[in-house]
Design a protein around this ligand. Structure first.
Ligand SMILES: [Zn+2]
Length: 441
């Protein structure tokens, strides 16, 4: 046997929300794919100089669309995984609105296995709540869980029927798996492309009020109370959704929520800047400044406990359609980490330790992963970040097949310089490792 390999990450600022550690004095050893206290004697040590860098445990983006199977011109599990590695992300939860919808144990297993074969990011599949996400018949949640589904969602679509949502939440309690709902009363948003406000009016675009989101969030919160179920609110953006969340917290309902980075950095005035370019077309839409401020406050207060990208890539030809016909969604995996720094840490709104909880302990809790961060013996999943590097978003440089984002051209602060999953570098200095070299241990 040759000498054992060990990696020493030395001199960085270790920020580990799992252990509530923010320290300049902790070096990280990686031995055989795991975090270690020290190297075995005689080990061949490779030292990484992390001075000036942040060392974070696995960053989780719990809301991504990899379009695989079925819409592989938009994204595949491989290209999505590369985008994640590039963005400094070590784990993702994939939404089931694939073609066909991921509503069977076989498909959940397929997504999981494909992710492992690519080997660049840990993939936690989300199973559909209803068959085909049609909202009419509950999917076999028990078998989906057995196959590895970490959560259930019909995202892209809301669970429209209150009766169905009640049933799903009842199952969530017994299965110990969360229901993630995309809250939108479609009878109010039908045909709408943007938020109903001044910008929409100026551009003459069909619009819907944020009440359409808040109404269903309130319904879901009340049903969580009724059932004792486990609810996670996807991409909350409306001011009154946060009121509902606060109500849930007061009554100790089991409700968590996520915010998307574009809702933190932009308001609906971005529409005036981009005019009829569909890069601003996201669902839920960009909201007025007052809602953005309320969202930032909710993050600071701990009411919203997750930041997730809603990475929803589309082909350029699709996004090039007239605004009203273009699909909702943008690529977010390669900007989420920098967006979090720029929106929350740089302006001093949150401490680094609290802000990084939004992509570590927050989603970990929602997905029930029970990781221990960078504690000894844990899988060596980590990200090194240059916290002061300023860079301009250039979607042409994305590894994602989708090159659409309203953050294009923006100057962001902080960038991932290395991503490690299972002790293996999946990205270093912007260069993503090739897929399938070895499976994640
Ligand atoms: Zn959604």
């Amino acid at each position: 046997m040759s000498d054992m390999q060990a990696i020493l990450i030395r001199g960085g600022r270790v920020i580990d929300p799992y252990r509530q550690i923010d320290s300049h004095d902790e070096d990280v050893w990686v031995v055989e794919g795991r975090v270690a206290k020290a190297p075995p004697t005689g080990a061949d040590v490779m030292e990484v100089d992390a001075r000036g860098l942040w060392v974070l445990p696995r960053l989780i983006d719990m809301h991504v669309h990899f379009r695989d199977p079925g819409q592989t011109w938009k994204e595949t599990i491989e290209t999505g995984s590369r985008a994640a590695a590039h963005g400094g992300i070590g784990a993702v939860a994939t939404m089931p609105n694939t073609v066909p919808v991921t509503d069977t144990p076989e498909l959940v297993e397929w997504v999981k296995n494909r992710g492992e074969a690519v080997g660049l990011v840990r993939i936690f599949p989300i199973g559909a709540v209803t068959v085909g996400s049609q909202g009419e018949e509950l999917a076999d949640l028990f078998r989906l869980k057995q196959a590895g589904a970490r959560a259930f969602s019909d995202d892209g679509l809301p669970v429209a029927s209150s009766r169905m949502m009640r049933a799903a939440l009842t199952y969530s309690r017994d299965l110990e798996r969360v229901i993630i709902n995309h809250a939108e009363d479609r009878s109010l948003t039908d045909g709408a492309s943007v938020h109903e406000g001044l910008a929409a009016h100026r551009l003459g675009l069909p619009a819907a009020p944020e009440t359409a989101e808040a109404m269903m969030v309130w319904r879901d919160v009340l049903l969580a109370g009724l059932t004792g179920g486990w609810l996670h609110l996807a991409h909350v953006s409306a001011r009154e959704s946060l009121e509902a969340l606060s109500y849930a917290r007061q009554h100790q309902y089991r409700v968590t929520a996520e915010a998307a980075p574009h809702h933190l950095l932009l308001n609906d005035e971005a529409l005036l800047r981009w005019q009829y370019d569909s890069v601003t077309k996201v669902n839920p839409p960009l909201r007025p400044e007052s809602s953005r401020q309320a969202l930032l406050k909710a993050l600071k207060q701990g009411l919203v406990n997750v930041v997730a990208s809603d990475h929803a890539p589309h082909h350029l030809d699709e996004k090039a359609l007239p605004y009203v016909q273009a699909p909702f969604g943008i690529s977010g995996l390669e900007t989420i980490l920098s967006a979090l720094i720029t929106a929350l840490i740089e302006p001093g709104l949150m401490t680094a330790l609290d802000a990084w909880a939004l992509m570590t302990t927050g989603p970990d809790q929602v997905l029930g992963l029970h990781s221990q961060g960078l504690a000894e013996g844990e899988p060596a999943d980590l990200t090194l970040i240059n916290p002061t590097r300023k860079w301009q978003v250039d979607p042409a440089a994305f590894y994602s097949l989708g090159h659409n984002t309203p953050l294009a051209g923006m100057k962001l602060t902080g960038q991932a310089v290395a991503t490690m999953v299972g002790g293996r570098w999946t990205m270093r200095e912007g260069e993503v490792a090739y897929a399938g070299l070895s499976e994640i241990s």
